[in-house]
Design a protein around this ligand. Structure first.
Ligand SMILES: Cc1cc2nc3c(=O)[nH]c(=O)nc-3n(C[C@H](O)[C@H](O)[C@H](O)COP(=O)(O)O)c2cc1C
Length: 302
């Protein structure tokens, strides 16, 4: 046997250099194993960052047999629709409009910018905020479910608590959670974890999506397309604020949802979506020079 191995080693180059090749092979196998493990840990962290407040009730799937259904909790089929089966009435039409050319609204909208410097001395009447939220509440929504909750905060101590929650998480977001690419892309905005505007603005509007609702008998009903519906509603809110001469910034800080939900004692079916600071901008307020894309880049006519 010994003679056989010796002959093999002297005859074959592979066997002769086997002692050199073996450690190199072991090195590459280990390297592969370690990079696999690192990749798995990194992906887990990434998912934790992106999904922290996301829940499985959120997505709506089209099921060929049963129509749109909530993919999350086991919502049992109910033969009674959420909306009452009311009679369909003649539509009264829009009885008021700005100018029919569309100029007036465009001229207002084009001056809207996300403002992060609010005038602490210039108060805003709560009635104006209420009107703007009423306007947001007229938004279209998936199956008419109106899955939004607008929490209006004007108490200084609550604003302070919201700011503390957001600044603490944003510090971690900026220093640990955000990818190098996101940090690079954010650089022109000159934002960081500090958010004095959260206490300077006369109002914070914290927007929650309702991922499901309740039928009169207490049973859960799915809120189809809830996040998209709330986003459409927020668009109307921001436009209404513009029309009322108010500035705002819509923000979506990551990993603050659970703490804000707890602070504001929101029910189980709600999930945090946005913090919107509202007020009048300061006289020396500056914004990044970003231009809206021209019409030919955003519209295609057929
Ligand atoms: C969904 C969404 C999330 C946003 N999140 C943040 C945010 O977390 N922090 C922030 O300062 N601005 C945030 N913004 C504001 C954008 O930065 C801002 O709209 C963008 O820079 C364009 O500027 P403009 O609104 O002045 O046109 C967000 C806007 C949207 C629509």
């Amino acid at each position: 046997m010994y003679i056989f191995i010796e002959t093999l080693c002297s005859e074959s180059k592979v066997f002769r250099y086997f002692l050199y090749i073996l450690p190199i092979l072991i090195f590459f196998v280990f390297k592969k194993l370690i990079s696999k493990q690192l990749y798995a840990v990194r992906s887990r962290n990434k998912i934790r960052f992106q999904k922290e407040d996301i829940d499985d009730d959120d997505t709506v799937q089209m099921d060929s047999h049963h129509g749109p259904c909530s993919s999350g909790r086991n919502l049992t089929f109910d033969p009674i629709p959420f909306l009452p089966e009311v009679e369909h009435i003649p539509y009264c039409g829009l009885n008021e409009s700005l100018d029919e050319s569309g100029d007036q609204f465009y001229n207002l909208a084009k001056n809207r910018r996300s403002v992060r410097n609010f005038n602490r001395e210039k108060p805003v009447d709560l009635a104006v905020i209420e009107k703007c939220i009423l306007a947001a509440g007229t938004s279209p929504s998936g199956v008419g479910t109106q899955p939004w909750t607008y929490c209006v905060i004007r108490a200084a101590d609550v604003k302070q608590q919201v700011r503390a929650i957001i600044e603490a998480e944003e510090y971690i977001n900026y220093t640990q959670r955000m990818s190098p690419q996101l940090l690079t892309d954010l650089r022109p905005l000159q934002t960081n974890h500090l958010k004095p505007y959260l206490t300077d603005a006369p109002y914070l509007i914290i927007v929650f999506k309702q991922i499901y609702g309740h039928r009169p008998d207490g049973k859960r009903m799915p809120h189809y397309y809830n996040e998209i519906s709330v986003s459409v509603s927020v668009g109307i809110l921001v436009s209404a604020l513009v029309c009322a001469g108010l500035s705002s910034v819509v923000t979506r800080p990551e990993c603050v949802g659970l703490a804000l939900k707890k602070l504001l004692k929101r029910p189980e079916n709600e999930r945090f979506l946005f913090v919107i600071a509202v007020g009048h901008s300061t006289d020396d307020c500056k914004v990044p020079c970003i231009e809206s894309k021209p019409l030919q880049e955003i519209m295609v006519t057929y």
